[in-house]
Design a protein around this ligand. Structure first.
Ligand code: ATP
Ligand code: MG
Length: 340
């Protein structure tokens, strides 16, 4: 067994890493900046700082898209960089890894997380996989080894994963390609249409954090800078929360539909547990104002927005590493999982 164990949540917008016995040790944007197609010039938060500001020869990309690895080479480069940073050495010693992967993906996609680490060139001991909803629920502080059913909804950057758990296993899980990034895109679109103003992804995200409300009625405004569509000149404009609601509500209702579909398929005995304890919401996008109000209004169920919601998965991985009675929740990929 290797002397260190890392737990990794490869999120679309952020990568979170914990170390056995130490909890969260890294939380950075999962992004890389490459110059002239070959030289890495920045990684993580530093790469995010130059995102949308870099000259044409520098490409800044997110290697995880929709919850799965879309760009193996760049994700490997980032992983090596982060592990070197955490270990304080260019040649880190051997380590075991536990990775959280979405449930509703193909075996090939799941296998690619394993392969990424195993083939990274780092010294790797064992690699284990944990279903993300399980880590999520543990990180939210829920008891999942009992026969009590739990519903967990993780609203991240590119994805929303709606899952039902019972007896430490997943009963149902559905991954949809909707998350904070879609809301940012919708805000960009409506600001362009209504105000004739081009804004960047970062500006759209900051408007969302200030003004996004899941229910109509919020009265708030913020000033934003962008480029006038007609004149091409820099402009300042005031955007209000009504406009933002108009942009995002359609996507929020798609998330509600996914919750409804899963509720409809949930076995009745588990449904009664969920009525009792409510729906647990995690992921960074759980922070949208009044999200609990919207879900409650549309499902009639109690809603719990989890504390520190962007970090529940990595906290769950930490618990699996630190609490021996939970270690069986991490699975080594066995030959039967291999795809011919
Ligand atoms: N206060 C906030 N209000 C609204 N959205 C927020 C807030 N804080 C963070 N977010 C959004 O949460 C998202 C990031 O959440 P999270 O870290 O859970 O995603 P991820 O794990 O990287 O993505 P995924 O799980 O989809 O792969 C971003 O879209 C971000 O804009
Ligand atoms: Mg996530």
């Amino acid at each position: 067994m290797a002397s260190k164990t890392y737990g990794i949540d490869f999120g679309t917008s952020t990568i979170k890493i914990c170390r056995k016995g130490q909890g969260l040790v890294l939380d950075e944007r999962n992004i890389i900046a490459i110059a002239d197609k070959k030289t890495i010039i920045a990684t993580g938060n530093e790469a995010f700082d130059i995102y949308e500001k870099a000259p044409a020869n520098i490409v800044v990309t997110y290697p995880v898209r929709y919850g799965v690895i879309a760009d193996v080479a760049n994700m490997t480069a980032l992983l090596i960089h982060f592990i070197q940073k955490l270990s304080g050495s260019k040649r880190p010693g051997s380590a075991d890894y536990i990775v959280a992967t979405p449930t509703d993906i193909t075996e090939v996609e799941r296998r690619s997380f394993y392969d990424l680490i195993a083939s990274s060139g780092l010294k790797v001991g064992r690699v284990k996989i944990v279903e993300k909803p399980i880590a999520d629920a543990l990180g939210a502080g829920l008891e999942i080894m009992t026969a009590r059913g739990v519903m967990i909804v993780d609203i991240g950057a590119d994805t929303t994963e709606v899952s039902i758990l019972s007896l430490g296993a997943i009963v149902l899980s559905k991954l949809i390609p909707i998350g904070g990034n879609k809301l940012d895109e919708a805000i960009k679109g409506i600001v362009k249409k209504k105000h004739n103003l081009y804004i960047g992804d970062k500006t759209a995200e900051s408007i969302k954090k200030k003004l996004a409300n899941a229910l109509p009625g919020l009265e708030a405004v913020t000033n934003v800078y962008g480029r006038d569509v007609v004149t091409g000149l820099p402009m300042e404009m005031t955007v209000n929360s009504k406009t933002v609601y108009e942009a995002i509500s359609e996507y929020l209702y798609t998330i509600i539909d996914a919750i409804r579909i899963i509720l409809e398929r949930t076995p009745p005995e588990i449904s009664s547990d969920i009525i009792d304890s409510g729906i647990y919401v995690t992921g960074g996008s759980a922070n949208i104002f009044e999200l609990s109000g919207l879900i409650k209004k549309e499902t009639g169920l109690k809603v719990n927005i989890c504390e520190d919601s962007a970090n529940t998965v990595v906290k769950g991985l930490s618990r699996i590493m630190d609490e021996p009675q939970l270690s069986s929740l991490a699975d080594a990929l066995r030959p039967k999982n291999l795809v011919d």
